[in-house]
Structures are given as C-alpha cells and as structure tokens.
Ligand binder design. Structure first.
Ligand code: ATP
Ligand code: MG
Length: 601
C-alpha cells in the first residue's frame, strides 16, 4: 500500500486560495498550471462553447450521510462554478426508492451549507424529471432505439457476455415499435410483476464496452418513493437518468469520478439520441481515497447499524457530520480538498494530510487554554494559603486581536501526571524530585517531596516550593530551567470529560483484505474517555462547538453532549503528528521520542 500513497503537491493550496479571489481568466503566465478540469473549462469558455456559460452540479444519492470524499466533489463543483462565474446545482439523484430517505436529504443540505456553499433556489431532484424521462424513453422506442425485454435479470447478465465473450441478442430485441410502446405503457401502469420486464436501449451487443450492450434503462420496482410516493412503479436507471438530468438542467460540465469513465459512451449516447435542450460533457477525476479510512456509504452504514460507532456523526467517522463534531472547520476541509488537488489516476491520500489541515487552520483561530487531562495534585508549600494571583496569558499568539485573559494561580494546583517522573529517564526534562521547571506564564517551582498511596505506591501528590522572584518566567540570577509545563488552580478549575480519538482502523487499507471484513481491522483504542479532567475556569462559558488549543496537548472542541453542569470536549487533533513520531521512534529504536505526552487514545 505504501507506494500507492500519493500526496499531491502543496501548490494546489496556493492555487485554491487565489482562485476563490480571482476569476480564472485573470491568471498570469507565471502561475502554476491549472488542474486538468479547470484547463478544459478555461478552453471551453475561451472557445465560446455553451455561449461561455459554466454550469455544474453536485449529485448525491440520498442514501447516506456525506463523507470527506463527497466534500472533494462539492468543493470542486461549487468551486469551479464560482471561479468561472457560473452556477452549481444541488441535485438529489433519487432514482432508487428502496434505499433513500428524507433524513439523508436534510443532512446533505446541512452539510453542503456548512461547508460554505450555496445552491440558492437550485435544489433539484432526479425524481422531478420522471415524467420527462418517461417521455424520452417513449421517444427512444419510437425511433427504434429501445425495446422491452422479457428476459430475467440473470438471463440478461448471461446474454451480456464478458470482456472476452461477445454478447448475445435477446429474442425480444426485434419487437415492433407498436408492441414496445404498448408493453412499456403496461409496465408503467403496473400490469407486470417486479423484475419481469425491463426497457433496454438498443445499441450494440458486440460492443467492446459492456455498458453499450443494450443497457437497461427502466425497471419495474414497486416501492414507495420519498417524493413521488406510489406515483411510479417503473424507475429509470442511473446512467440514463443522470445524463438526461444534466441535459435538462443545462449542465455544461458534468464532473464525476473515474469509475464512470466506461459509462461515458452511454452518457453521450443518451444525449445524442434524444432531443435534449443542452449537451453536457462528462469529465472524470480520481475519487478521494484516504488510508486508515473506509469511505463507501455501504461500509459507513454497516458501522452505524452494527453499533460499532455511535452514529453517522461519531467523531471518528469520515463523514462531514463526524468531522464537524470532531472540531474540524469548513475552512480546513476546503483547504484539504484544494491540497489533494485533482488527478486522473486512482491514488490514496495519507490521512495525516487531513489532520495537518486541521492543525494549520486551528492554529490560527483556536484560543489557547490550560487544561490538565490526567491530574496530579501539587501543593506549593511556600505560597500563602489564601492568596490568589491572576496570571495574564495570551489568547492566541497567532492573532494579537484575540487579546489576553487572566487565569487564577493559587497554592494547590494540578499538573499533568506525565509531567512528573520520580525516576526521570535520560532526556526527560520535566518535573522530578529536586528538579525545577517553569509553570506556563508564571513562577519556577521545584519538587521537594512526593506523597504516595500507601497500598499502590502510586504518586498521588507533589510537594513543591516556588521562587517568588521568577514571576513572569525568568530568574534574575540567570538560572535556566529546561521545561515549561501547564497547570490549573485546583480551587478554580472546572471539571470536564475529554474524549480522545485515534484512527478508527489499525491498517492502511481496511477494505482491501480478501479474507477478512473491514470491521476486523477496527482499532480497539480509537476512543479513550477521560472523566476527571481539569480545565481553566474561563472554559465554563465555552460556546457550543467552541474550539481551543489546550496548550501542549492539541486542539479540542466542545461536544454537543455538553450540558450546563458538564463540559465534554473532543480532541480534534494532537499538536503534532504523533503517528509520524511513533513510526520514527520505531525506526530509531528504544529511547527515542521520550517527550511524548502520552495523550494517545
Ligand atoms: P460511495 O461510493 O461512497 O457510496 P457514491 O458515489 O455512491 O459514494 P453519491 O451520492 O452517488 O455517492 O456521490 C455524489 C457525488 O460525489 C458523485 O458525483 C460522486 O462521484 C462524488 N463522490 C463520491 N465519493 C467520492 C470520493 N471518494 N471522492 C470524490 N468524489 C466522490
Ligand atoms: Mg453513486
């Protein structure tokens, strides 16, 4: 798998940030080349094709929640339309009544809006065109280009042949136009059983392209549709409905994923053989694949239905809802889509790139906060018992306008258990008996004693002293400390639950094993819940979906499970790529990477 991982160049991001600001025609010769789709569209616009008009669509099937792969398609379709002064439609491809649901329609609309895109009043449904699509089918029959077939689904498959065996014509292929018209109307009127007859295009049973061997256009399916109810018992097939919906809407560039490349001749056949109002062009690009992730809606549905995750918006899911709940911003996802760019070949993107996009964006916008995930009590023995000092801390060093805040400091503190070692290993510079460190934003403290649980021997409390002249973090005598650790004041801290997430799968390609189902590779440690966390008091007023950098720990966001009395945070992403560090440590052998905070899930 490793050699299949292709992370696309960083210039794509630059291209994106430019392209949203400026129309494509303003590009200068020195700029990096356009991706192949934008290059094609630029050429089409320049040559006056479609009157210079650009219209795209995002065509989800409402049979599941959108995932990060869809986000790539959304950013592409809406992005291209905006850059070329065109429009992008939202079209629900709802031609399969059995699996579709209004719940999915609503979630898809929410997700596209959240990503920052707007289809205005252009919310369309393939089912709106059922009448027109039926009339087109009648047109094909009338021109001798479609026929009703009585073969069963199995027989049709058998007759279709294979890549090395040519297809065989159905005995019903040469029915008269009159008989076909009559049978098709009777199909529509519900006279025949589900699956007993289909309407097929009459193209070429010897075509090297299997999609052209008289593809099925309509099938009988008695299932209530979420929009048309019991109005229809015949439903158009995807290839037919998709091409014609594009043409009906005046789409100029129909962007879809590579698996439809072999379907393009059929797409074009539909357009060429019907009196459609416009002539869209289908262009294929490589779908987004991410390692350590499954992305097909069917697999995601399995995870939800089997209760292997908490729902479609479980923060470990690659769904837009999951990423949103995890704390990702729309900006970081759009940036990711731009950074992966567009390719004509299948490739696998490293999920670490997605995490990097979150870090880059949150670094700029997330306020800093002090939070202790695994608390260890510290008594500062020489600090007066009733004294409380305000320590002024910067809210965001990347954004001076975010200002500062005051955090209370007192005699009893919590620090991170990992920031103390009774017997410090080599290169461990944090607190240890007799050692001095700096507390973030304030004094040096020195560990002068350790209290242990009598039974377990576990360190339960540290006794420290502080040096009053080091306030602000420097010693007048010039002595140095090698570590700065974070803290919260015990009397002022607010309790919180913190949920730590790790990759949902332990292998790069969970769907790629011949023998074992993808669920066999679930990471048993993908969720870790810490219930005794202590956060600085200001966070009691954290807004819903508020995003923070817990200093030295990572980026965290308020989970919707939070209530007034109980704060819940999700770890969006660690500060650095801990997987890269683990892998590096493994390569370098034991002893390396000893600075880890151990916040892994
Ligand atoms: P899945 O295979 O995950 O079930 P799908 O292709 O069946 O997805 P649709 O609802 O038909 O899902 O997809 C809507 C649009 O999003 C289509 O144009 C499709 O090509 C595009 N799309 C789906 N998955 C990806 C992906 N991984 N990368 C890029 N585009 C995608
Ligand atoms: Mg699909």
């Amino acid at each position: 798998m490793g050699d299949r991982v292709a992370v696309l160049p960083i210039e794509a991001r630059w291209l994106y940030s430019r392209s949203v600001k400026e129309p494509a025609s303003n590009r200068r010769a020195t700029e990096p080349p356009l991706d192949f789709i934008r290059a094609i569209i630029t050429e089409d616009v320049a040559s006056g094709k479609n009157g210079g008009r650009v219209a795209t669509r995002f065509p989800p099937e409402p049979n599941g929640y959108l995932h990060i792969g869809h986000a790539k398609s959304i950013c592409l379709n809406f992005g291209v339309a905006a850059e070329f002064g065109g429009k992008c439609n939202l079209r629900f491809d709802d031609t399969n009544p059995a699996k579709e649901d209004v719940e999915y329609v609503e979630s898809i609309k929410q997700d596209v809006h959240w990503l920052g895109f707007d289809w205005e009043d252009r919310e369309y449904y393939a089912s709106d065109y059922f009448g027109q699509l039926h009339d087109y089918a009648v047109h094909l029959i009338n021109t001798g280009k479609a026929y009703v077939d009585d073969l069963t689904a199995d027989e049709i498959r058998e007759y279709r042949g294979t890549l090395i065996r040519p297809g065989k014509e159905s005995p019903h292929r040469d029915r008269s136009i009159e008989e076909n018209l009559c049978l098709f109307e009777r199909m529509r009127d519900g006279e025949f059983e589900d699956g007993s007859r289909v309407l097929r295009a009459k193209i070429d049973m010897a075509s090297p392209n299997l999609n052209l061997r008289d593809p099925v256009l309509y099938r009988i399916r008695r299932a209530p549709h979420h929009r048309t109810g019991e109005g229809w018992c015949i439903y158009p097939m995807y290839d037919y409905a998709h091409a014609l919906s594009d043409a009906i809407e005046g789409i100029t560039h129909s962007l879809c994923t590579l698996e439809f490349e072999d379907h393009r001749p059929l797409y074009d056949w539909c357009i060429e053989n019907l009196p459609v109002p416009s002539r869209p062009r289908q262009i294929e690009f490589a779908r987004l694949n991410l390692n350590y992730t499954v992305m097909s809606k069917r697999k995601l549905l399995t995870l939800v239905q089997k209760g292997l995750v908490a729902g479609w918006d479980d923060p470990r899911m690659p769904t837009i809802g999951g990423l949103r709940r995890r704390g990702y911003t729309p900006e970081s996802i759009r940036d990711f889509a731009a950074r992966v760019g567009l390719a004509k070949r299948e490739n696998v993107v490293d999920v670490a790139l997605l995490e990097d996009c979150a870090r880059d964006d949150l670094n700029k916008r997330a306020r800093r906060a002090l939070a202790v995930l695994r608390p260890l009590r510290v008594i500062v023995e020489n600090f007066p018992e009733d004294r409380v000092e305000d320590v002024e801390l910067t809210n965001n060093p990347e954004d001076p306008s975010a200002g500062t805040r005051k955090v209370p400091f007192s005699r009893v503190l919590y620090i991170e258990q990992d920031d103390f070692r009774e017997v410090p290993p080599p290169r461990y510079f944090r607190l240890a008996p007799g050692r001095e460190v700096r507390l973030r934003g304030t004094y040096f403290i020195k560990c002068v004693g350790v209290a242990k649980d009598e039974k377990t021997g576990e360190v339960v409390e540290l006794r420290c002293t502080y040096d009053p002249v080091t306030k602000g973090g420097a010693a007048p005598d010039g002595r140095k400390v090698k570590a700065t650790i974070h803290w919260v004041s015990a009397a002022h801290a607010v309790d919180a639950e913190v949920r730590l997430y790790d990759r949902l799968f332990t292998v790069p390609d969970p769907g790629g094993d011949e023998e074992r189902a993808f669920t066999a590779f679930l990471n048993p440690n993908s969720l870790g819940v810490l219930r005794d966390c202590k956060v600085e008091p200001g966070l009691a007023a954290a807004p819903k979906e508020g995003r923070y950098q817990f200093e030295r720990l990572g980026y965290f966001s308020v989970d919707p499970d939070s209530t007034d009395g109980r704060l819940v945070f999700n770890r969006t992403v660690t500060l650095r790529d801990t997987w890269a560090r683990i892998e590096q440590a493994q390569r370098q052998g034991p002893g390396a990477g000893g600075q880890g905070l151990g916040a892994g899930g």
